[in-house]
Design a protein around this ligand. Structure first.
Ligand SMILES: NC(=O)c1ccc[n+]([C@@H]2O[C@H](COP(=O)([O-])OP(=O)(O)OC[C@H]3O[C@@H](n4cnc5c(N)ncnc54)[C@H](OP(=O)(O)O)[C@@H]3O)[C@@H](O)[C@H]2O)c1
Length: 238
């Protein structure tokens, strides 16, 4: 069990969407300090004096090094920053896929690596990686493999960091009502309810949080035959 009271948190992509909500609720739960990081730190709301705005582009190793050096007292890391490009898998031009992997996969590993020593040393540590229900089901896009890979890496990081007393948590959720899903016409959770589920999970000592019914159904579906997950395959003349 890890209370968030009196913790020092570090949130990536904290200027909007889920990241901004993580900052708000971490403060609500008694965090003494939150490093709210963003590519443009001037976009961070610093009304609460416990918020420290830090410039951080998670895909830039030098930027990661600078932000980590400025946050030696961190105990809770929220790897939230992410992108979706709507790119295609079958294409000669892999730039969209590579860009998404840089942000959604390599960056959280880089940030975690940069902060791991201080999180371990400060004690009572937590690393939460924001995955997706799309870690477990594909709609054919470039985003899904990045979240599937991150899910696997989170499981590996958990094994590496558990003996050091660090709780590594994976958050899965279907659509959430943020800028990322502006063009999506489907039921969406609110950032408020997703972050509440995530932080309740952290405080309950969970390793994995399934924040909505969609993520619970998709995970349960993994044990069924693959055609049950992808019924459109039944109509294909393979
Ligand atoms: N919305 C959903 O339906 C949904 C569902 C499942 C999982 N997720 C995941 O939840 C996380 C947050 O997404 P969201 O819905 O809150 O999306 P969002 O509103 O689009 O916010 C994305 C955040 O990531 C930041 N970011 C992107 N690239 C970055 C970089 N290189 N360095 C630093 N920050 C960067 C953005 O900063 P800028 O303002 O500088 O672009 C922004 O703060 C992502 O990992 C996403 O994949 C979202």
């Amino acid at each position: 069990m890890t209370s968030l009271d009196n913790q020092t948190a570090f949130v990536t992509g904290a200027n909007r969407g889920l990241g901004q909500e993580f900052v708000r609720q971490l403060l609500e739960r008694g965090a003494t300090k939150v490093y709210a990081t963003a590519r443009d730190a001037s976009k961070i709301d610093t009304t609460d004096p416990r918020v420290v705005a830090l410039e951080l582009d998670v895909t830039d190793p030098e930027s990661v090094r600078r932000a980590a050096a400025a946050a030696s007292d961190v105990t809770v890391l929220i790897n939230n920053a992410g992108i979706t490009t709507g790119g295609a898998l079958l294409t000669d031009d892999q730039s969209a896929l590579r860009q998404e992997f840089e942000t959604n996969f390599f960056a959280p590993l880089q940030v975690t690596s940069a902060l791991a020593d201080q999180i371990i040393e400060n004690g009572n540590g937590v690393v939460l990686n924001v995955h997706s229900a799309l870690s477990w089901i594909s709609f054919g896009g470039t985003y899904e493999p990045t979240k599937a890979a991150l899910w696997s890496a989170t499981n590996g990081l958990r094994l590496a960091l558990a003996p050091q007393g660090v709780q590594v948590v994976g958050l899965h959720v279907g659509y959430v009502d943020t800028d990322m899903t502006v063009g999506v016409d489907a039921p969406k959770s609110t950032p408020e309810e997703v972050v509440r589920a995530a932080l309740d999970g952290v405080e309950a000592g969970a390793f994995e949080v399934l924040a909505d019914e969609v993520s619970r159904q998709v995970k349960a579906g993994l044990s069924a035959p693959i055609e049950a997950m992808y019924p459109q395959l039944a109509a294909q003349p393979v």
